[in-house]
Design a protein. Structure first.
Length: 115
């Protein structure tokens, strides 16, 4: 059974930093992409950052220059370092793991940035 578990969310003041972690366990059919999505209050879930097994990264414009995604594919771990946080970064952050056959999602971790 596959599990995707996020950690590291919390409450932080604007300008602060947080580091999110995601651990994926179970049977996967060759993970090729891992990433983070944000569901802000009242909005649809949107991509924040993703990283492929070859190391290619993709960031939302809002994340460029402030967030850094990294991964350890040997351990099925993905991280999101978030700096210079803004109130608009508030929401639930979901970890996304895609293998050759399926997409897998975590339950999400809440990030709240106060102004």
């Amino acid at each position: 059974q596959v599990q995707v578990v996020e950690s590291g969310g919390g409450l932080v003041q604007a300008g602060g930093s947080l580091r999110l972690s995601c651990a994926a366990s179970g049977k996967f059919y060759e993970i090729n992409v891992m990433g983070w999505y944000l569901q802000a209050p009242g909005k649809q879930r949107e991509l924040v950052a993703a990283i492929t097994s070859s190391g290619s990264t993709n960031y939302a414009n809002s994340a460029k220059g402030r967030f850094t995604i990294s991964a350890d594919y040997a351990q099925n771990m993905v991280y999101l370092q978030m700096n210079s946080l803004k109130p608009e970064d508030t929401g639930v952050y979901y970890c996304y793991v895609a293998d050759r056959l399926y997409d897998h999602w975590g339950q999400g971790t809440q990030v709240t940035v106060s102004s």
